[in-house]
Design a protein around this ligand. Structure first.
Ligand SMILES: [Zn+2]
Length: 191
């Protein structure tokens, strides 16, 4: 009996923090560290490996919106990283007193995550970004989900800009859509 429990504590792959992409990824790759150790001033990255588990995370508050910022580590395209800095400072303001931001944000109305289109496939056996294949996303876009349902996919919030203010307005609109039962199909492709 004691043996079983010590074995279980050695390999806690089944119980990492389910809202932390880095902890989930470590666990799925067989590594150590099941708690969130993400930065409280840099938005955490989510990759293809843990993507669907993160957007379907059952422990966050039922109406929490996951905002995925699509970025590119290859700065050669038309993608302008400038507007993302507003979101980075918004993330920093929300999390400044937190030591485990993914865990401590579970009651927030929304959370911010980054997705790098160029390296997202790194830990998988497929080649090329999951979100490019699934939704035809490009750097500079944002996706919003509640409980795994895709509700928003666009380059600007609220029809106006990428500002933190329009993000907050878009969050209200997106929650409204969700409450009315509107969402995008799972195979939605951005044109
Ligand atoms: Zn984390």
């Amino acid at each position: 009996m004691a043996q079983i429990s010590s074995k279980a504590s050695e390999k806690p792959w089944y119980s990492p923090c389910p809202s932390c992409p880095a902890a989930l990824r470590r666990a799925m790759l067989g590594g150590e560290g099941k708690l969130c150790s993400c930065s409280n001033h840099q938005i955490p990255y989510v990759t293809d490996l843990e993507y669907d588990r993160i957007i379907n995370n059952p422990v966050s508050s039922p109406e929490q919106i996951s905002v995925i910022c699509i970025t590119s580590s290859l700065r050669s395209t038309d993608y302008d990283p400038g507007p993302d800095e507003h979101l980075e400072s918004l993330y920093e303001r929300k999390n400044k007193n937190r030591t485990m931001p993914c865990i401590q944000s579970h009651l927030d109305s929304f959370r911010l995550l980054r997705y790098d289109i160029n390296s997202a496939d790194e830990f998988t056996d497929h080649c090329g970004s999951l979100l490019m294949k699934r939704h035809n996303v490009t750097p500079g876009m944002f996706l919003m989900y509640i409980q795994g349902k895709l509700l928003f996919a666009n380059y600007i919030f609220n029809g106006y800009s990428k500002s933190a203010k329009d993000l907050q307005k878009q969050i209200t609109l997106t929650r409204c859509d969700y409450n009315k039962g509107y969402y995008l199909p799972t195979d939605y492709r951005f044109r």
